[in-house]
Write a protein that binds this ligand. Sequence first.
Ligand code: C5P
Length: 217
Amino acid sequence: RAAGVLAGRHVLVTAGPTHEPIDPVRYIANRSSGKQGFAIAAALAELGARVTLVAGPVALATPAGVDRVDVETAAEMAAAVGAALPADAAVMVAAVADWRVEQAAAQKLKKDAAAPAPLALVANPDILAGLSTDPRRPRLLVGFAAETEQVVAHATAKRARKGADWIVANDVSGDVMGGDANAVQLVTAQGFETWERLPKAAVAARLAERIAAALAG
Ligand code: C5P
């Protein structure tokens, strides 16, 4: 097969949820399946990119030609992203937990206590925002926004707040999380585009083409 349009490029992708431990057997999680991020990693590799996929806990096979780094927590994801730099582009698809338990218990919490212990939470690092101000910032930085209302307005604000070049916004009020289709809006410095509802693989292929065009330009 001829060398793809992304040959010689390194693209970093984060995908999946993170798990934040409460004690040795319990954790805080979210409904991210990792499907969209894995599809994007696969599409980028198909175009010839070297792809590093930093994956939270998901039940998905590694796409062909992709270097996968498995992590559990947001802190581990942040460290793996840093270790994977430099990259020409980064696509941050992971649904990173916003908070973690400040001090995970070393032993299993027992339910026979008089009242359940309150969980003290602390904020996790924002990996995308951190990358945007990093001296090794990838030339193209793409974030995702999962919203349930005012999707474009929230994504446009998120693009500015996080210092991303593009935000891929999706409305997750329906069956997107865990499903095989996605309806996204691409928010860039120029405004926004609405893409028709497509299989996640097709969203990934279109986004990979756009990334290739942006890195070529
Ligand atoms: O703020 P919010 O979680 O909605 O932002 C979503 C975007 O930011 C996604 O691209 C996600 O991967 C990224 N993010 C991150 N680190 C966090 C939180 C979100 O990289 N701690």
